[in-house]
Ligand binder design. Structure first.
Ligand code: FUB
Length: 316
């Protein structure tokens, strides 16, 4: 009897040790991961990230592929697959920020890549029947190229960071941009534009626009200033007008960028971002994805995020 009790106490403490070891930020430590985009599907979270591969002495982005992770508790993450920028034959590579949405059983992955013939960054789209792939180029050409957006005509990287939002009526909208925040409505087929490219004026907009909805509010979060904080505006419509609210997250540890994704999962709200805190080589070009809680106030504004190193508890 005594021995049994000893064993079960040992088992319990081993289990609690295991769970305290697993709950941590960054959530992925065996690879550098950046620009998180999370998708909730069938009680699981799928996390799509860029793979930072710059060597310790390289002070520029080296991103050749995106990675897919999944989790059913926000703490234990399984690496599912990778997807190379070379899947877009018309592009020169560079797997910058991307975003995945699901519509009618198909998964659309909107990506930033360097265009092969039209100078500058561009946006492509891949499709799959499963959240973990295989994905293939859905169009065989870019959806957005640098010559389609002229507000910032001397920039070669204003067409980055696509984020797609599907509204309650099924209409899809894509937001993207660097320095200028662009948006456009997408066709029902999700791979064509349905209307003109428009812009939103937001204070100190840098990049990484992201739309999510909670109750009756639409939120447009984005990277603000540089080094980046996360700020946000809100509206009663996905097309605005947007009312600027303020800061949501401060500069993340040891990196210039702060690329966010926001989801609700199993009754809790999460703010997903990256920092550069992995010891020795972590930094602006070797980033790591983190997860912390997000809280809404009664008036529908969001509390400033508290970035932690312990992360979140397992979601049940
Ligand atoms: O990862 C490359 C770029 O850095 C992304 O496209 C931006 O959002 C910033 O995080």
């Amino acid at each position: 009897m005594k021995t049994l009790r000893k064993i079960s106490l040992l088992t319990l403490s081993a289990l609690s040790l295991a769970s305290s070891i697993q709950s941590q930020n960054p959530i992925i430590t065996h690879k550098y991961t950046a620009d998180p985009a999370a998708l909730v599907h069938n009680d699981k979270v799928y996390l799509y990230v860029g793979h930072d591969e710059a060597k310790a002495h390289e002070n520029h982005y080296v991103l050749n592929e995106w990675l897919i992770f999944s989790s059913d508790d926000m703490v234990n993450w399984t690496e599912e697959a990778s997807f190379p920028a070379s899947a877009f034959a018309w592009a020169k590579g560079e797997a910058w920020a991307a975003h995945v949405v699901e519509k009618e059983g198909k998964f659309y992955w909107y990506v930033t890549v360097e265009h092969g013939t039209i100078p500058g960054k561009s946006i492509g789209v891949a499709v799959s029947d499963s959240p973990t792939g295989p994905f293939k180029d859905a169009l065989g050409k870019a959806l957005i190229t640098n010559d389609m957006t002229t507000e910032h005509s001397d920039s070669y990287w204003d067409d980055i960071d696509p984020a797609v939002f599907i509204d309650d009526d099924g209409e899809a909208y894509m937001y993207w941009g660097n320095v200028v925040c662009y948006w456009v409505r997408l066709n029902d087929n999700m791979i064509e534009l349905d209307g003109p490219i428009q812009t939103v004026d937001l204070p100190h907009f840098t990049e990484a626009p992201y739309i999510h909805k909670k109750d009756e509010w639409y939120y447009l979060t984005y990277a603000y200033m540089f080094p980046e904080r996360t700020a946000y505006a809100r509206s009663k419509s996905v097309t605005g007008p947007w009312e600027f609210v303020g800061l949501l997250n401060e500069v993340a540890g040891n990196t210039n960028t702060n690329h966010q994704s926001i989801i609700e999962f199993k009754g809790k709200d999460y703010f997903i971002y990256h920092n550069g805190v992995i010891p020795t080589a972590g930094g602006s070009f070797r980033r790591s994805v983190c997860v912390d809680y997000l809280y809404y106030k009664e008036d529908g504004t969001m509390q400033k995020v508290l970035m932690t190193s312990e992360g979140v508890a397992p979601a049940r």
